[in-house]
Design a protein around this ligand. Sequence first.
Ligand code: SF4
Ligand code: SF4
Length: 480
Amino acid sequence: METTEGAQKAAIKNENQQHQPDQSYRDSIATVDKAGKRIWIYPKKPKGDLYRARTWFSYLLLAILFGIPFVKVGGQPLLLLNVIERKFIIFGLAFWPQDFHLFVLAMITLIIFIILFTAVFGRVWCGWACPQTVFMEMVFRKIEYLIEGDANKQRALNASPWTGEKILKKGLKLTIFYAIAFLIGNTLLAYVVGVDRLAQLVTHPPAENIGLFMAVFFFSLVFFWVFAWFREQACVIVCPYGRFQSVLLDKSSIVVSYDFKRGEPRGKRSKKQEQNLGDCVDCKLCVAVCPTGIDIRNGTQLECINCTACIDACNGVMDKIKKPRGLIRYSSYTAIAEGAKKLITPRVIGYTVVLAILIVAQIFLFVHRSDVESTVLRTPGVLYQELDDGYVRNLYNIKVVNKTFAAMPLSIRLKDREGRIKMIGSDQLTLPSDGIAEAAFFIDLPREKLGSASNKITLEVLSGDKVLEELKTTFMAPRR
Ligand code: SF4
Ligand code: SF4
């Protein structure tokens, strides 16, 4: 029995090795020629079910991206990432630098999420949700098709001399490109400073906010340059996520794959003679639509952003030649090479459960973080004071951060101890909305109740009757 299984595996291995194409394509990238010069990619306009689905999904993502800065929760932005003033609002909750541990945890969760998600589902993110792909393929490229036509017309236009028509088309396209890049720049600024402040900036002369104005102008230029010229190079050369694919993916990852078992040997059909060919008719339509210029029939490559354009193109061809769809499809190398039918394997389920647990844990921590964060310290350099009425006095400083948008009165009391607290300055401590309150105060404890020179005490920070936090500190007293 074992011998038969072993022989089967060896046969599969042998067969797969025969299908391994020439690997020399891995020594270069499709967008750079031997002399190191950029090869401009003219991808043919894709069409098909997946392209349609991606188009609608990208409209949803764009609506979310441009809409979020306008959404408010309780008068506060849903999302504000003010790195300049270190002020962050996420889902209407204020986050301070004191919440840095949550940020670190979120980053760790995100990294684990990316690793596990990519190991199982490949580059689904790149093809469907990455802003670079969404803007490039669903906004800028569509405008280009509209103004300059499909790939062949674009190629011809670029090769033609500068006529009035060419100047008009290029001028119109680049003007629209810059307008959209400017809109993206302003939207990013809205995420940093909020829409209200952005409205102020837009309605006042640039000289009044020259720093922010220059920042928007600069970032708009960068976006314009990326989408008008740099394009797929951002995914192929710059994007760190793209560069990490070789370690994140394995043979079981679900990626856009060519079914070499079904497709090979490839070749054009001839009605005249009997042929023993696979389903691939070598029409190269899958290569023509690829925005990174690769041939997916060579196998999984770092340049592939899993945009699914080749799946649609090949499905169209299969329909025409009356063969089943899916010669190029979402699948794994193992599934194709070994004929495993099930993509939802125990590994996929296991990883998905881990991902779900991580996300739930993160949400729990975010929701249950405290509304205020206080620190109390004995004032440095000040020892204790012995009072005439038999009490010992220590001086403290307190700092309270309010992470909510409601101002609140604060008070401090001793927990499980007899003693008194005397605020220095105003008796009433008020914590401003989304702000910080600082104060100094004395704690007096009866000398006969103090056991040693250093005593542990617990303080409660209250707003009204509600205990917001418990703080531990030390109380110094004379040795007994
Ligand atoms: S589109 Fe399909 S049939 Fe045409 S070359 Fe690509 S894999 Fe072969
Ligand atoms: S190979 Fe296919 S999925 Fe990958 S980038 Fe090219 S067209 Fe998109």
